[in-house]
Design a protein around this ligand. Sequence first.
Ligand SMILES: Cc1cc2nc3c(=O)[nH]c(=O)nc-3n(C[C@H](O)[C@H](O)[C@H](O)COP(=O)(O)OP(=O)(O)OC[C@H]3O[C@@H](n4cnc5c(N)ncnc54)[C@H](O)[C@@H]3O)c2cc1C
Length: 573
Amino acid sequence: MKTRNQVLELASFREFDLVVIGAGIVGAGIAQDAACRGLSVIVIDQDDFASGTSSRTTKLVHGGLRYLEKFQFKLTSTLCQERALLEQLAPHLVQDFSFVLPLIKGSFITQIKAALGLTLYDMLAFAQPGAQPHQRIGRKEVLEAAPVLDREDVIGGLKFHDAITDDSRLVLEVLKSASNNGALAINYLQATGFGIEQNKIKTVVCRDRINGQEITLNCKACVNATGVWIDHVTKLIDKHWDERVLPAKGIHIMVPPSAFETNTALFLPAYDGRYIFVIPWQRAIMIGTTDSLYSGELNKPLPNADEVDYLLSAVNKYTGEHRLNRSDVTAAWAGLRPLVDPHKHAFNLNQATDSGNGKHALSSDQITTANISREHAIFTGPGGMIGVLGGKLTNYRLMAGEVLEQVFLKFPELIHPAARTSRTQRMMLGGWLDRQDYLTQTAAIAAKARKLSIEPATIAHLIATYGKDAQRILEVIDHEPQLSERICPDFPPIMAEIPHCVQAEMAVSLEDLLSRRVRLAQLHHQQCLAAAPKVARLMQNILSWDDKRITAELKALQNSLGSMEWEMNVVKR
Ligand SMILES: Cc1cc2nc3c(=O)[nH]c(=O)nc-3n(C[C@H](O)[C@H](O)[C@H](O)COP(=O)(O)OP(=O)(O)OC[C@H]3O[C@@H](n4cnc5c(N)ncnc54)[C@H](O)[C@@H]3O)c2cc1C
């Protein structure tokens, strides 16, 4: 990727075919698709890349088994297709793994429901390469896979497959692919206003949040992919805009493997009819998620103690005497789903301005966030702005393709022969040319890393996190072997990643680095905060920070992690 300064220089004095506002997974996907179709495109984010919802997910690339209960067969089938494709396009980053749904004494109805649901799930994924049908497994196998489960209660289990990723790294990979195809991508550039001529957006006025300067981007078309901020941005043009996003909050907690012994992911029916995911991820156990309507501050939401307790007690129902409590939680974070308000969406379909699937309009008494559709909507807003919201991390590529179709419909002057079809279904992510290249290169990277005495867990982490760019981290270690030191004691990331993330991935702050380039802030708050000063000192050398800046960076990181109030207060059950 280019540096911020290079992007700013290239962005001045030119007219883009497309400005994409928002560099979460959806904006990144649109920039990639547009660039591959030969459009000149820039994607901007007011904060860091993926700092919104796209770094705060359950990290699943999945068919969405839960959506079958809501009869969303088409959505599930599409998600299954995308899951299979992404496993091929990003083999280092999107990987098959299995869930176990434990069957518990006396849960006959749940068993029947789950078996039927999984049979349907298999059918919807049947034609996809590598599809593996679910299996019924015995009590012994379940308890071997997840020794933490209550031996008295478990009578067997259902095992099924999905895929897991690292969400913010997926966004970065898609942005890198966009960049390699000619797109510009820049963080900390906030859209603050629009220049409109003849009812069409001609300029996007932006504030550079690093130096406070204003910059104007000229464009032919503009896409608003700002997730839960979509109405805020649209209101910069029309302050009477009828809001249509419903933010729904979901939190996750992390506990160490020693506190919750499982080698498999678990899919646990909760007492309120929802399902809780328990997923071994990056040497910690991730537990999520909640689902509730949210009306607070959109920037950096934080979990509260009730939400943490809800997850703890949902999981504790399955573990007999063994109880997780607040003191086991090493990290927690919250994200906001940008759900499509079913009332507004149905209304606007009647206005014939929306595309997407508006079939799931609900009556007002049915609107709880768990039963609002996860499908997306695309609309034309004021000034010809194309807006997109809803959807999933998993189907970003398809959403991007639909947005581009809508752009061409509204701006036919942008169509040229090469632009007609999307090529992203053939674009490998991670810098690999094809699967063979992935296999050859990863073997070479691993061999070189072993020569540098890098431990196996770190080698696996570097390949999964940076793809082919893992080579560049090894070059850093070649020159400065002391940087092969771990950042935090319990996790594989190493100090040598820091120069690479600053110089090649636009990490600007300590939080960018520890929350989204490596994921230590989502894994272990205390270890992350303890390591922060040494990380800041290395960033200081690269970015010439003064001591005042270091203090500000440390404080900002602490604020973004929240107070961890549940740590102080062990829940009694
Ligand atoms: C708890 C939770 C769990 C989830 N789990 C999964 C899962 O496991 N699998 C899955 O497929 N999906 C999952 N999802 C859904 C998925 O995460 C979201 O649908 C997706 O990340 C939304 O991406 P986005 O790009 O639309 O929004 P965002 O990622 O929020 O991106 C919008 C961006 O716009 C930027 N922005 C806002 N205003 C401006 C402005 N004025 N100028 C410039 N930039 C601006 C923001 O900074 C932000 O980075 C989950 C969601 C949640 C909340």
